[in-house]
Design a protein around this ligand. Structure first.
Ligand SMILES: [Mn+2]
Length: 256
């Protein structure tokens, strides 16, 4: 039986023989069917609920997450649904970045809502980086134990003069390889170096091994946009259910 635990905004899922037991003092104990020993983990103090999902459809219903993140530099709320239709509503105060986030949602078919109130009087850096962090955290939460997903994705994405390749693994081993030279320092008022900053944060907090290469292209807008679209298409492949292995975690280790 699969049980889900909702702890604040976090959702944890794992197989266990009996319903989880809630022990006062913020420690959760249960017995896993696979490992057969007592398992405990510290949990937050608030809003604790457990329920079971009897079939795969209910499990996939859970592939959503909301992350709120507040620092002295940014206040962010993001919501994603991995089983969406690519619907988006992204407002960060940075027009070009909103345009890129819209591409990420539309071409991954991950529903995405982003709100960010950042210190744009300094520059766009904290806003872009911190949205990447929050989206990566939301991805990690929404994926749960990654049971039944394809795990890998890749895409060659063309856009006029531009050809970008993205290949990724939802490995929980963050690593960004970024070979995307953007010829101008700015796209409008947007600093083009922030494209890499976004994917650095997103891959680090989403647990993604991510390689992105510009293979062709001379127009900065096209190169940046093709990078977001290529990653989006690769993400779509990687997060989608694999019907041939619906109940397995896609690793010979048994966990990701
Ligand atoms: Mn565009």
């Amino acid at each position: 039986m699969i049980y889900f635990l909702a702890v604040g905004h976090r959702t944890v899922q794992f197989p266990c023989r009996v319903p989880p037991v809630f022990v006062p003092g913020m420690v959760l104990m249960t017995f896993t069917s696979r490992l057969g020993f007592a398992f405990s983990c510290p949990i937050g103090a608030h809003r604790l609920a457990a329920y079971k999902a009897s079939d795969r459809e209910e499990r996939y219903d859970m592939r959503k997450a909301t992350v709120s993140r507040k620092t002295a530099e940014t206040t962010i709320e993001v919501t994603i649904d991995l089983d969406g239709t690519g619907a988006y509503d992204n407002k960060t105060g940075v027009g070009f970045f909103d345009h890129m986030l819209d591409q990420l949602a539309r071409h991954s078919l991950i529903d995405m809502t982003v709100r960010c109130d950042g210190d744009l009087h300094i520059d766009d850096h904290h806003t872009v980086e911190d949205v990447g962090i929050a989206l990566g955290q939301a991805l990690t939460e929404a994926l749960g134990d990654k049971r039944g997903i394809r795990r890998y994705g890749d895409c060659h994405l063309t856009m006029d003069d531009t050809l970008v390749r993205a290949a990724l693994d939802l490995s929980a081993r963050p690593f960004l390889v970024w070979n995307v030279e953007i010829p101008t320092q700015k796209i409008g008022t947007f600093d083009t170096e922030l494209v890499r900053e976004f994917f650095q944060a997103f891959s680090a907090h989403g647990g993604i091994t991510l390689h992105v290469d510009r293979l062709n292209g001379f127009n900065s807008h096209h190169i940046a946009e093709a990078a977001f679209k290529a990653v989006a298409r690769a993400m779509r492949d990687a997060v989608e259910p694999d019907p041939r292995k619906a109940d397995a975690i896609p690793s010979t280790k048994g966990m990701l």
